[in-house]
Design a protein around this ligand. Structure first.
Ligand SMILES: C[S@@+](CC[C@H](N)C(=O)[O-])C[C@H]1O[C@@H](n2cnc3c(N)ncnc32)[C@H](O)[C@@H]1O
Length: 167
């Protein structure tokens, strides 16, 4: 599986996880939307949750949009592919630690890789980040459970357990 990122460039470059992924040769960044390959587009506004059933349709390609959360509105996700939202997972990065759903680009790519069964890729891309391993530790149980689901509706049912705990 490969990681691709449309890079908007409107976020703090020093904290940008996509730039760090590029620096360590773990993802390809694109400044032009037309160049982004077809794949599974990680889109928090998507109607359907990512599940292992998507593995074959994504052609081995994960796509994220790296931009500030202010500009991550639904209309910004114009990349070609299958748009999927990630189910309940919590951030491990110091800015949003413990917060669900609002993940950094690398956390989103790593979470998606685990759900699709590629744990090795997840460990590899998180490696350049001090808090990378913590993301997998914090989310170990939900990620394992999501990766055992047959489809999106099962993923949503598992997610409901974690949302109920949050209330
Ligand atoms: C809005 S950007 C913020 C990037 C941040 N500036 C960084 O340095 O990583 C995060 C991207 O990760 C993906 N992402 C994050 N949380 C997600 C979720 N809950 N569902 C789907 N994709 C998500 C999306 O592609 C989103 O645009």
């Amino acid at each position: 599986m490969e990681c691709h990122v449309y890079y908007e460039g409107d976020d703090d470059p020093d904290k940008c996880t996509a730039r760090r992924l590029e620096k360590f040769d773990k993802a390809t960044l694109y400044r032009s939307m037309g160049q982004v390959p077809y794949g599974i587009v990680l889109n928090p506004h998507a109607e359907q949750a990512l599940s292992p059933a998507d593995a074959d349709d994504g052609l081995g390609t994960l796509v994220a949009l790296d931009c500030s959360w202010e500009s991550a509105e639904a209309a910004s996700f114009k990349m070609r592919g299958i748009h999927r939202a990630l189910p309940f997972l919590v951030a491990a990065n110091p800015i949003n630690y413990g917060r669900p759903f609002q993940l950094t680009t690398v956390e989103a790519l790593a979470g998606a890789a685990c759900i699709l069964g590629d744990w090795e890729l997840a460990e590899d891309i998180l490696e350049p980040f001090r808090w990378g391993e913590t993301f997998l530790t914090l989310n170990e149980e939900p990620l394992r459970r999501y990766s055992e689901c047959a489809d999106s509706s099962e993923v949503v049912a598992v997610q409901d357990d974690y949302l109920a705990d949050e209330e």
